[in-house]
Ligand binder design. Structure first.
Ligand code: DGL
Length: 264
């Protein structure tokens, strides 16, 4: 059997990346790992995020993954250097899409919604310094949003109340691009768009991550053959309800196999 791609997130957020990868690379088998028991990672210490990420990556390596996407901005910020130093396979990491937003903005003002861990990472600081030096960046930690998405809330009063608190100051700052700097946030896209209006562009890096994955598979001669029958499997350290519901809503896979791990 062809080796699978691994996709890791602290929870269900990485499914926003999984969906793009499945559509761009339909021959590839994929193992998805959600560490929902330990979610959110965003407010945890770097050392702890590295330990948790490493545990999950070890599981994906046991599943014989040929390439792993760290579909979590927070885990990438804390652990991507560690992973690249310690393991031989290629890793695709994620960071807020500050660069495309900086290129597209016409008001010279962008809003970025991400976690504490992502904003504190070197990656975010370096990219901002390199590409957005003369742009007004409105940074906002999305306190509480990841937890609500994990519990299956994508719209409604609770979500709207938090989103308004986080997004309205961005609009006051004249932001015309809002970066979704956490993989859980694309599931809130409709709610976010309603608050910011049609004129504000939401930037989700997931399609670019799928393209980067394809490029790396080609470059490393790891692409699955055209006649490969892909298999999709899912592991979670938490409850599988939201994972199951999101997968159903994508309509890309019938009866997904979701394995609940007792602990991680
Ligand atoms: N999906 C993760 C990210 O992209 C979630 C963060 C968390 O666990 O706090 O950052």
């Amino acid at each position: 059997m062809e080796q699978p791609i691994g996709i890791f997130d602290s929870g269900v957020g990485g499914l926003s990346v999984w969906k793009e990868v499945v559509q761009l690379l339909p021959n590839e088998s994929i193992v998805y790992f959600a560490d929902s028991l330990n979610c959110p990672y965003g407010s945890k210490k770097v050392k702890q995020i590295i330990e948790l990420t490493d545990k999950s990556i070890k599981l994906l390596l046991k599943e014989n993954c040929k390439l792993i996407i760290v579909a979590c901005n927070t885990a990438t910020a804390a652990a991507i250097n560690y992973l690249r130093t310690n393991y031989k396979i290629p890793f695709v990491g994620m960071e807020p899409a500050t660069k495309p937003a900086a290129i597209k903005t016409q008001t010279n003002s962008i809003g970025i919604l991400a976690t504490e861990g992502t904003f504190n990472g070197e990656l975010f600081k370096n990219t901002s310094n390199e590409y957005a030096k003369n742009i007004s960046l409105h940074l906002q930690i999305g306190y509480g949003l990841v937890e609500l998405v994990e519990d299956g809330f994508f719209k409604g009063d609770k979500i709207n109340k938090l989103l308004k608190k986080y997004l309205l100051p961005m609009l006051e700052n004249n932001a015309d691009n809002v970066v979704l700097g956490c993989t859980h946030f694309p599931f809130l896209k409709d709610s976010i768009q309603k608050i910011v209006g049609d004129k504000v562009r939401l930037i989700d890096p997931a399609p670019a991550i799928a393209k980067r994955t394809k490029f790396l598979l080609e470059e490393n001669e790891l692409l699955a053959k055209n006649n490969n029958k892909p298999k999709y499997s899912f592991f979670t350290t938490g409850n599988n309800t939201t994972l199951q519901n999101l997968l159903k809503s994508f309509k890309l896979v019938n009866n997904p196999e979701i394995i609940e791990l007792k602990s991680n």
